[in-house]
Design a protein around this ligand. Structure first.
Ligand code: PBG
Length: 335
């Protein structure tokens, strides 16, 4: 390509010709966002009433008794899947996240309730200990270290009880080494050969998770401690390819990159390299950032939501976990 200003192709080539009319722009469009690309994360709480999440304007923690209603709405809008996250009562938290292995914990109860009432929508459940540990870490903490192999044992049991409760997709978000392999083996051994694994394969230690930690109530537990000894360094990119390649070889059916918007280069490289079903998580901090600008009337709501999501598709994502999923589905339906 000749980038010279005296490029001989002008005026023969006028890039603006294709952009002139709306029908032509539609015709040459390279990427589209569809309702099939959207996954709605839902925060579930044991409390009787909906509680607003202060750091995420417009998002509530949903009481179990109202869960069927919201999942039904998601299904009617055509969303293929939802992802569940629990707010665990602090009295149930301990050092090793025992509550993660309670077959009647909030996630298992919610999953069963959804499965008893609604068919044909995927239920994704998160595997990691942070909603259940008193220190807010994703694994077992000993002498200031997160123990990898000891944590794996618990994660496998956690994955198993979620699968038993009816979870369709196990999503390990803990970033321990070897967890996809360990979970796959455990599920297979127990007969859950068709339970899928969506691994948070390239998950970075990010300040964009701040509002989520507030939502599930792990923020004060974690306080100033960081997850940098297990989540990835945001300065790295090649390392993401190694992480993804390991998770694929360990049996991941789908891989995810997280956070989303500041990490589009990572999504692009991963999709380009592995051609796997690749997902992006537009995380809580991205949601809150966009929402605060919308609420201050700095940005147009509908257009910004759709642009932010479509750009994930352009980068190569097959789907996006987004707190805007219901809103976006309605916008897409309107056309
Ligand atoms: C827990 C988990 C986190 C998110 C999803 N699963 C937080 C963390 O790793 O601290 C973040 C999601 C979001 O910010 O929207 N392992």
């Amino acid at each position: 390509m000749n980038n010279n200003i005296n490029n001989a192709s002008f005026p023969n080539t006028r890039m603006r010709r294709n952009r002139l009319s709306s029908w032509s722009r539609r015709l040459v469009k390279e990427n589209n966002i569809s309702i099939n690309d959207l996954i709605l994360p839902i925060f579930v709480t044991d409390s009787e009433i909906k509680t607003a999440i202060n750091s995420m304007p417009g998002i509530d923690r949903i009481p179990i008794m109202q869960i069927v209603e919201i999942v039904q709405e998601a299904k009617e809008l055509g969303l293929p899947a939802i992802a569940l996250f629990p707010e665990t009562n602090s009295s149930l938290k301990d050092d090793i996240g025992t509550e993660a292995l309670n077959e009647d914990n909030i996630i298992c109860r919610t999953t069963r309730l959804i499965k008893e009432n609604i068919s044909d929508i995927g239920v994704i459940t998160d595997v990691a200990l942070d909603p259940y540990t008193s220190h807010g870490h994703d694994g077992i903490l000993k002498n200031n270290e997160i123990l990898n192999d000891e944590t794996l044992y618990i994660l496998c049991e956690q994955a198993l009880i979620q699968a038993k409760a009816g979870s369709d997709v196990i999503a390990p978000s803990d970033m321990m080494d070897g967890r996809v392999n360990a979970i796959r083996k455990k599920l297979d051994k127990e007969g859950f050969i068709n339970t899928q694994i969506m691994s948070y394969a390239a998950k970075y230690a990010s300040s964009f998770y701040g509002p989520f930690r507030n939502a599930i109530g792990s923020e004060s537990n974690l306080s100033s401690k960081s997850k940098k000894s297990y989540q990835m360094d945001f300065t790295n990119s090649n390392e993401a390819l190694r992480e993804v390649s390991l998770d694929i070889s360990e049996g991941a059916d789908m891989v995810m990159v997280k956070p989303g918007m500041p990490y589009l280069d990572i999504i692009y490289r991963i999709k380009d390299t592995f051609k796997m079903p690749t997902f992006a998580y537009q995380v809580s901090g991205e949601y809150s950032m966009i929402m605060s600008a919308i609420n201050n009337q700095y940005l147009d709501k509908d257009k910004t939501i759709l642009e932010s999501l479509t750009c994930f598709k352009r980068a190569g994502a097959d789907g996006i976990l987004t707190y805007f999923a219901l809103e976006a589905a309605k916008l897409i339906q309107k056309g």
